[in-house]
Design a protein around this ligand. Structure first.
Ligand code: MN
Length: 314
């Protein structure tokens, strides 16, 4: 029996936690596992150190996310978290749990739980969770929907380079298990708020090009976010506009989360941006990575340009 299924079976209570600034994959993973555990008769809760971004408000049973019915749980499962500090303020639950599990797909991560399942060539944590749960035959349509969400969002709706035949096979199996792919695509990719639409417009206007057009940077300052009345958690997808420009090899978005503290995301068409993010203590994957850099907007951009140049020279 799979060691993770065994750990779930032994536990009476389970807490599943995704990373700060949760995305579709970590939310899909957390909700899918919570549902699976609840169906198995466990006390199961799920959370993340940050609230759910508005774009994901359509998710079923969202209301008790981040509600914790116990002070400590038998089993703590970290999903989609490349390191312990991604657990943020929920790390206390990790420490007080009797047993801990890590399920993740980030490059270079070895796992910080008692039981670890890190598959770096998996497209998403949801793909790994599908593989764990499939043999049980207990993937309900609700679970299939959650898992499909992560599979879809982490592959850019089956367009990123991580869209392997296994990803498409998993999508097929989830669709067969009851995932409503059309309804999910409609809410994930064909619906956005007015504020987000305004953010896209202003981000496009603010986009700048460096290195003969090979590097595109979208700066989202606190002022710009305030103008659009949007939270820094709701900036997912903005970076795609930078990497979509013809001739751009590295797309970067910088988002001012706190005064002079930027969350930086990288996308690439070939260059290893995991290396670039690594210079600033961040990481991710070859084609998609992130880090944080503090300083004024112009200084942050200068540091990024230097890091991109330095890694190119190697
Ligand atoms: Mn992921």
């Amino acid at each position: 029996m799979d060691r993770i299924l065994e750990a779930i079976e032994k536990a009476r209570s389970v807490l599943i936690v995704g990373h700060v600034r949760p995305d579709g994959d970590c939310l899909g993973s957390a909700f899918a596992l919570r549902e699976f555990c609840r169906n198995a008769g466990k006390i199961a809760d799920a959370g993340s150190p940050s609230p759910i971004p508005e774009a994901y408000n359509f998710i079923k049973n969202i209301s008790d996310f981040n509600e914790f019915s116990l002070k400590s749980y038998d089993l703590f499962i970290a999903v989609d978290c490349a390191s312990k500090d991604r657990l943020g303020r929920l790390e206390g639950y990790f420490r007080s749990a009797k047993n801990t599990v890590c399920i993740d797909h980030h490059e270079g991560h070895r796992g910080f739980g008692n039981v670890n399942k890190v598959v770096s060539d998996a497209s998403s944590t949801c793909e790994i969770i599908y593989d764990i749960l499939a043999p049980t035959g207990k993937i309900t349509p609700i679970i299939a929907n959650y898992l499909f969400m992560g599979l879809s969002t982490d592959t850019g709706h089956f367009m990123h380079s991580n869209t392997t035949s296994k990803v498409l096979y998993t999508a097929y199996k989830l669709s067969e298990a009851g995932a409503d792919c059309h309804a999910l695509a409609a809410v994930l990719y064909r619906t956005r708020t007015k504020n987000k639409t305004m953010l896209i417009a202003k981000s496009l206007e603010a986009m700048r090009f460096y290195m003969d057009g090979k590097l595109a940077v979208i700066p989202m300052t606190a002022d710009l976010l305030a103008e659009c009345d949007i939270d820094s958690n709701d900036t997912e997808g903005i970076i795609d506009y930078a990497i979509a420009v013809k001739g751009v090899e590295i797309g970067v978005s910088i988002c001012e989360e706190k005064p002079n503290e930027f969350k930086v995301s990288f996308r690439s068409r070939g260059r290893n941006v995991n290396e670039v993010a690594g210079i600033f203590g961040g990481g991710g994957h070859i084609y998609a990575a992130g880090c944080r850099i503090s300083g004024k907007k112009e200084d942050v951009i200068d540091k990024i340009i230097k890091a991109v140049r330095d890694t190119e020279a190697q």
